[in-house]
Design a protein around this ligand. Structure first.
Ligand code: NAD
Length: 530
């Protein structure tokens, strides 16, 4: 059955075409009331929205099949991320798709403030010719203070430097090297408020950034400074700003976003002569709308077809550089998790999962790999679908401790990934590596060293280190019509036990398994499917 996508908000035609061409069944139903949407959502694997549709916990409860929500745009305030994460629904956005567009509006606001463009237009249209009143100021040589130099902030810096401005920025999550590459001087927030002639905000609205520009901060800005907020309503204390403008402490302010949208007609800022605004149109250009629609359509199609996760907002963030490094190990992590879980049945309750990163992997980002291991662990054992988003929460809910450990010692391998499941009774250990950047290999199962392909149906046998065991296994499987594709053998260093892992073309049934278990020298036989 093809995957079904519901497009619930306006999405440009190009995006819908991409979804259909990917073989998805697409229904476009824009503007449904919440109840009607809730009645339909159970039939869909993916939901594409912009900002209008509210993806609430209540809606998600009805979305039994839903795997992914795609937001064409950046902000995901309209999606209950916690509820989505709990239900294993990946939420993706399209960061960057509208960055240039938003940055250009920001620059337009800065220029308009510096030269009173909006007020002068109104004056001329009102039949006046007030040349003196609208004397402005140059940007060249002035200091731009950017709070948040992510996608948009960095483009604003780039454009403003072209006007001859000096840029300082505050962003706790960016290295000094990256700031230098962007041509900004990193400063503290206090320094930024004190130095900037133009302050531009480009941070998300979080607990730390709500009311970032408070009455106190407004008092510390340079006299005549300009303030621009094209990021999120709620970053600025609007009443305090109206006061600062009325008292002439600030030169002007421009908003594209308000705490409450639209603002009330008697909002104090709307009465201020020094205040200009736009109705949250930061991302509204034809180019940006097409870019975000194409972006989200491609991401949804890749996720539904291949499980490829890009720009998920409720997953640990992985930069493209990081993905380049850990990419080949993602599949290995999933398979090791799955193998460990199947070998770990009967551990008497898993208490701890430890993921060890050795060799080159020790310096790679670990959270995406750990999330994959956890997904591999749980995917066969839970009724609800599990993915990288929900697996860590599943572990937490189940009181399973998750630990990560780095080590320089990768034995003879460039990188080694090890999963240890500790139960009340005993421990299961599996290790693996990747050959030639794309072939996952299991190189250790408990005390046994081997090189096996973790793929398809497996028969895993522990036995005495005695002649004839593998032959007997082969005969029994062959007589039952089970073809062996590959065999990996191992023995304990002290030869106290031996081990073999067989890749078979079909899973052995219960009778055959019983027969295998009764063969001479065989201690245990397990089956697994990866
Ligand atoms: P981004 O994630 O690329 O950048 C945000 C930056 O803020 C990051 O570098 C992050 O490290 C930094 N940051 C986070 N918390 C911070 C804090 N407490 N102090 C300082 N820096 C902090 O996001 P972006 O794509 O550049 O978007 C920036 C803002 O623009 C967001 O609020 C977004 O919602 C908004 N936006 C508005 C419109 C619009 O229509 N006006 C359209 C798109 C995006």
């Amino acid at each position: 059955m093809p995957n079904r996508v519901l497009v619930a908000d306006d999405l440009s035609a190009e995006g819908i075409r991409i979804l259909r061409e990917a073989g998805l069944e697409v229904d476009v139903k824009v503007g449904l009331p919440p109840d009607a949407l809730a009645d339909l959502i159970g039939d869909y694997d993916a939901l594409a929205v912009r900002s209008a549709t509210k993806v609430t916990a209540k809606l998600l409860e009805r979305a039994a099949r839903l795997k992914v929500v795609g937001r064409a745009g950046v902000g995901v305030d309209n999606v209950d991320l916690d509820a989505a994460t709990r239900r294993g629904v990946v939420v993706m956005n399209t960061p960057g798709g509208s960055s240039v567009t938003v940055a250009e509006l920001t620059v337009a606001h800065i220029l308009a403030l510096a030269r009173h463009v909006a007020q002068a237009t109104a004056s001329v249209k009102g039949g006046k010719w007030e040349k003196k009143r609208f004397q402005g100021r140059e940007l060249a040589g002035k200091t731009l203070g950017v709070v948040g130099i992510g996608n948009i902030g960095s483009i604003v810096v780039n454009r403003c430097r072209a006007f001859g401005m000096r840029a300082v920025a505050y962003d706790p999550f960016i290295s000094a090297d990256a700031a230098a590459r962007l041509g900004v001087t990193p400063v503290t927030l206090d320094e930024l408020w004190a130095q900037a002639d133009v302050v531009s905000l480009h941070v998300p609205l979080t607990e730390q950034t709500r009311n970032l520009v408070s009455a106190d901060v407004l008092r510390r800005l340079r006299p005549g400074a300009l303030l621009v907020n094209c990021a999120r309503g709620g970053l600025v204390d609007e009443a305090a700003l109206a006061e600062a403008l009325a008292e002439g402490r600030l030169g002007g302010a421009a908003f594209d976003v308000f705490e409450k949208e639209p603002p009330a007609p008697d909002h104090p800022l709307l009465r201020s002569e020094r205040f200009i605004c736009t109705p949250h149109i930061g991302a509204s250009t034809e180019e940006a709308q097409a870019a975000v629609a194409v972006g989200i359509a491609e991401q949804l199609a890749a996720y539904l077809a291949r499980g490829e996760v890009k720009n998920a907002v409720n997953l640990p963030a992985v930069s493209p550089e990081a993905l380049e490094r850990v990419g080949p190990y993602l599949e290995l992590a999933l398979r090791l998790g799955s193998l460990a879980a199947q070998l770990g049945l009967g551990l008497g309750g898993v208490e701890e999962v430890k993921v060890e990163f050795a060799g080159e992997l020790a310096s790679a980002p670990q959270r995406p790999l750990t999330a994959r291991v956890l997904r591999g662990l749980f995917q066969h054992f839970l009724e609800e679908p599990v993915n990288e988003v929900s697996a860590p929460a599943v572990a937490r809910d189940r009181g399973i401790a998750v630990r990560e450990e780095r080590s320089a010692d990768a034995e003879d391998y460039v990188s080694l990934l090890t999963v240890r499941l500790r139960g009340q009774a005993r421990e299961v250990v599996v290790s693996g590596t990747v050959f030639g950047r794309k072939e996952p290999r299991v190189v250790r199962v408990n005390q046994f060293r081997l090189a096996a392909e973790p793929e398809g149906d497996l028969v895993i046998c522990e036995n005495d280190d005695a002649p004839g065991v593998v032959g007997n296994l082969g005969v029994a499987l062959g007589e039952a019509g089970v073809n062996i594709a590959r065999i990996a053998l191992a023995r304990a260093d002290d030869r106290s036990a031996a081990f073999c892992l067989l890749n078979v073309d079909s899973p052995p049934g219960p009778e055959l398994l019983e027969r295998l278990r009764r063969l001479p020298h065989v201690r245990s036989v397990r089956v697994a499917r990866i």
